[in-house]
Design a binder for this molecule. Sequence first.
Ligand code: UDP
Ligand code: MG
Length: 335
Amino acid sequence: MSVAGKITRLSGVAPAPEISIVIPVYNESANLRALWSRLEPVISALGRASEAVFVDDGSADNSLEILRGLAANDPRVRVVELARNFGQHSAILAGFRNCKGEIVVTLDADLQNPPEEIPKLIAAIDAGNDVVGGWREERQDRTYRRLASRLHNRITSAIVGVPMHDYGCMLRAYRRHIIDTVVECDEKAAFVPALANTFAKRVAEIRVEHAERAAGESKYNLFSLAHLSLNLITGFSMLPMRTLSLTGIGIFLLDAIFAIVLMAHRFIYGPQQEGALWTLFAVLFFFVGLIFLALGLIGEYVGRIYIEVRRRPNYIVRAIHRGDYEEPSAPRTLG
Ligand code: UDP
Ligand code: MG
């Protein structure tokens, strides 16, 4: 055994984890013990050094106490306590920043994602994928959630450019370099699965079971879901403001047709009483088109500034190959 190994043994510190399970927690006191009693055997059976990183997202119930109890009894449990409620995706980012595994799995705390599925996700990462998403084929949620999520998945697939059936499923696994890049982006309104996919080369999806919430209420209502979708659309595409310029151009074209029709009408039938009114309409539409176009152009500049300040990397070097061996790339820093 190496000296480092001996020291680790003697001081009783767990070895560096190879696998991290990141779990955002917001008022889940009724679920946490049941969750750990199912998660613990799963990570023990993996046969690889693992850690469970629970992120308490400003819970108002005694979730934090329960988590600290779990951490006191098991060195594999770590608890990241956030100062207040920041939302599920921010909590996951905090977990990413504070986990060490080469493979990172995210999981909901409400037992909707069965922990027993974790080995399948890890196997898919071991098979060479950078990101593995769970796909809840039979989702146990309200009908409006299922319909909204179908639309959401279509839109997300289109704007991220990586088609997936289920972007909303938080039972997912990521390779370390993806986690590092997502953490470095430090985005304020991140939608983790979409952001991670923009940096992944090989992405896989595997079917997972989905259960009803074990206890407590969903933290999302229609308003917060709409908010999440808007974040996603504005965070990943310039489509909303490009639509403005396109609308302007569309109005110009229609207005040109309208003006030609008016002129033809005048040539064929001569001047009409209400002719002036129609001409005024044509002039009005010209200016409306101009305003839309101007807004769209301003939007284009604002969008460019937005892309710059967001500081998402243009590329990520994973390794540099030379001859037979591979040297890891120098750590990349943003800005
Ligand atoms: N969650 C969180 N912060 C929040 C809202 C939710 O950490 O502000 C956690 C929550 O405790 C759960 C996961 O995110 O572990 C998913 O939340 P929820 O089950 O309410 O969402 P749904 O399954 O309805 O999409
Ligand atoms: Mg849930």
